[in-house]
Write a protein that binds this ligand. Structure first.
Ligand code: DP6
Length: 364
């Protein structure tokens, strides 16, 4: 196992009266896992490696203003789409508190966080990935600006990914664009359970601009938090086998991505999605996040693929909505397929046309 980077640093503290006021704005995307992270060890170390596409349009945009605070614990107010949100406030405060050994300066500041998502909150898109990665970017940017460290892009991103992981496991993959691995992976040196690792070379061109149309089957809020789902894997009777299977799927999927083998890509990603939900159904207590229309959409995708031979596939997150994955070249056919066969199964929110993206962006 790669050793854990030691980011504890008591020097990252403002001296005396030299505490700044300022503002930063970052945008960071969500991501969709192809091999799923489901099951973890303390502290937020995955039981198996995972790999995801970073998305382009589905982002959190977060403005963080800071002013000097009275010393002690971090002070923070959180506004989500302009409204004070006490649930996010508590979560973010706890997150910042937990980082006080890594970023001692957070204890010296009062924060006002204003965040919005570019996708409907109720759409069940992994908003913790975008929401936590964006905060990690801001904190590392503050460190870079005020303490002169993290000047090298690689060091900056690695630390941001490490911090994002502490906020939410899958968030560590959103710090990079393209295809991102999290967790030690056979045959890919540099991969780690402590931070994400971007796959920069050798991705076949068909996957470089792969499309993800998120079909919003159900607009309801997520009923079972991921944290609880991960915890249930500790007693799931199939978990050991599942963790081995994920490792095996990583190797097969990464090879398919390098060679442009869409057939294997489809087989592995769809199996991963169904296995994720099978794990939920076989946990105790068991739970079911798919809806009747999730299955309707999946059946339609199978039928469309059978009829046309086009490489359209699906994956699922921890929710009922279906991520439809396909190469950019067949966008027109897929659009027609949605209009003719899928729309009837979607909620009034419809769908979001997303695709592989480039990762976080500094706005201010
Ligand atoms: C199904 O990253 O949301 O989306 O680490 O507890 O915050 P925490 O969980 P989270 O879990 C995501 C699980 C998943 C699969 C994946 O993204 O790999």
């Amino acid at each position: 196992m790669n050793s854990e980077p030691d980011y504890l640093n008591a020097d990252l503290k403002f001296s005396g009266t030299d505490i700044p006021s300022g503002k930063m704005i970052w945008r960071s995307p969500s991501n969709i896992a192809l091999v799923k992270y489901w099951g973890k060890k303390p502290v937020q170390i995955p039981q198996n490696p995972s790999v995801s596409f970073t998305l382009s349009k589905s982002c959190s945009e977060t403005e963080v203003s800071y002013t000097p605070a009275t010393p002690g614990k971090p002070e923070l107010e959180f506004y989500f789409h302009g409204q004070r949100n006490l649930q996010f406030e508590e979560k973010t405060s706890k997150f910042f508190e937990s980082l006080s050994g890594i970023f001692p300066f957070v204890n010296q500041l009062k924060f006002e966080v204003r965040s919005k998502n570019t996708f409907p909150h109720s759409a069940g898109i992994a908003s913790s990935a975008s929401g936590m990665s964006v905060l990690a970017m801001v904190l590392c940017d503050m460190e870079r600006q005020y303490f002169g460290t993290l000047q090298k892009e690689e060091a900056f991103s690695r630390k941001a990914s490490y911090i994002a992981r502490l906020g939410s496991g899958s968030a560590c993959r959103s710090v990079y664009g393209g295809l991102v691995i999290w967790g030690e992976t056979d045959g890919v040196s540099g991969t780690s359970g402590f931070y994400g690792f971007p796959v920069i070379e050798g991705v076949h061109e068909i996957f470089a601009d792969y499309q993800d149309t998120i079909l919003l089957v159900d607009a309801g809020e997520k009923k079972v938090p991921s944290r609880v789902g991960h915890g249930l894997m500790n007693s799931n009777p199939f978990s050991t086998k599942r963790f081995i299977q994920a490792r095996d799927n990583m190797a097969k999927l990464l090879l398919a991505i390098r060679t442009g083998d869409t057939e294997t890509f489809i087989r592995i990603t769809e199996s991963e999605a169904l296995t994720l939900h099978a794990m939920m159904m076989t946990s105790l207590p068991y739970f079911l996040l798919m809806k009747p229309n999730t299955l309707q959409v999946i059946e339609q995708i199978f039928a469309f693929r059978e009829k046309t031979g086009l490489p359209v596939s699906f994956t699922l997150d921890a929710g009922p909505n279906v991520h439809m994955l396909y190469p950019a070249a067949i966008r027109k056919d897929v659009k027609q397929f949605i209009d003719n066969d899928l729309r009837v199964f979607l909620s009034p929110l419809g769908y979001i046309d997303d695709m592989v993206g480039n990762g976080p962006e500094k706005i201010l």
